[in-house]
Design a protein around this ligand. Sequence first.
Ligand code: ADP
Length: 189
Amino acid sequence: MSRRSDAPRKIKGDPIDMERIAIYPGSFDPITYGHVDIVERALEIFDKVIVAVAQNEEKRALFSVRERVAMIKEVFKEMPNVIADSFEGLLVEYVAKTNAKVIIRGLRATSDFEYEFHMASMNRSLNTHLDTLFMMTSKDYFFVSSRTIKEVARLGGAVEGLVPNLVVRNLKKKFKLPVPKRNEIGWDD
Ligand code: ADP
């Protein structure tokens, strides 16, 4: 005879027991406040967000993968439920190694849509258990992309307020521009 218990029965795969993990993949060359905003909002839905830097040989990057991951780690150092990582090869294969079921992507304008729609459809055809969740950019960052940030920073324009301060500093170093001392402006890191 089986013993009855008042404790709720645990069912394997019970959603209550499962940690909801999402993967946020991208180039993050470098991370911007547009990305940070998406991560913070995703944490309202998921228990853990893995920010995964894609090692893409085709795209010429300004920062190495190691530098990009290090910046992401630093930006989220106070948030243990944000993990910085990198991956090579197919995203679906990387996702399969984690317990994540959802890929997060940000959408800025209709121009993002077609590429994202194709990628999400392809990923779903490669793994039918995988879904892509699109989050709309916030009004403060719809015009922010890593590419424009790099262009503006290279020409000496101000990108403060659009990327974390450690990214401002690293951009200046990359472009051999004078780096303000920490006490000259209020670095947040
Ligand atoms: P990728 O090269 O994969 O597009 P990015 O680093 O440019 O990588 O972007 C990663 C993800 O973040 C993409 O889904 C992109 O649309 C999204 N994203 C980038 N900038 C913003 C922003 N300002 N607001 C919302 N989403 C953004």
